[in-house]
Design a protein around this ligand. Structure first.
Ligand code: AMP
Length: 185
């Protein structure tokens, strides 16, 4: 299976992604994790990305497309399938992903739906270093402007599945499983 998970920052995407890949034997490709690893390793990419990430802005599409194309071509992804988490975030990235995947395309895009007020509370509570009130507001604004148009994009392609992300994480996961089991059969 080749999947995308979408959701506002703080929607529980990371937690649910970990469970999905474990349960369905997929490779987890999180662009946020890849960028944070580059920042920790102090690579040229990391140095460039850190300033952008700290401000809550988006890393340029060209750079992201290159990183993801390279990752998707690796043998583990080809053999086991993938859950993309944090990509695509713009319609430019979505168009590029479509080209990268070629025949067969995407099996499902899961929209983990949690309202703005609830995610803001969760993000302030988790206290990550890049979670300042300004950066949170900026990321939520970018999500509405740049990423939420992707919901329509995936819906038009018949692959969008919206899952209620409120409630207990086990409950949310069983909702996701119900969707993926129907997609996979
Ligand atoms: P995340 O962990 O997915 O919330 O990503 C953390 C930060 O990394 C974001 O706020 C962006 O600055 C950057 N980032 C991650 N994925 C992307 C992407 N697909 N396009 C642009 N920027 C990204």
């Amino acid at each position: 299976m080749r999947l995308v998970i979408l959701g506002r920052q703080g929607s529980g995407k990371g937690t649910q992604s970990a469970r999905i890949v474990e349960n369905f034997g997929l490779v987890h490709v999180s662009t946020g994790d890849m960028l944070r690893a580059a920042v920790s390793a102090g690579t040229a990419l990391g140095t460039k990305a850190k300033v952008i990430m700290d401000a809550g802005d988006l890393v340029p599409d060209d750079l992201m497309n290159e990183i993801v194309a390279e990752r998707l071509s690796q043998p583990d992804v080809v053999a086991h399938g993938v859950l993309l988490d944090g990509f695509p975030r713009t319609t430019t990235q979505a168009a590029e992903l479509e080209a990268m995947l070629g025949d067969g395309g995407l099996d499902a895009a899961i929209n983990l739906d949690v309202p703005v007020e609830a995610v803001t509370e969760r993000m302030l509570a988790r206290g990550r270093a890049d979670d300042t009130a300004e950066a949170i507001a900026r990321r939520l604004e970018l999500y509405e402007n740049q990423t939420s148009p992707l919901l329509e994009w995936f819906d038009e392609r018949g692959v969008l599945h919206t899952v209620d992300g409120l409630g207990d994480e086990h409950e949310v996961f069983s909702r996701i499983c119900a969707v993926l089991t129907s997609v996979d059969s």
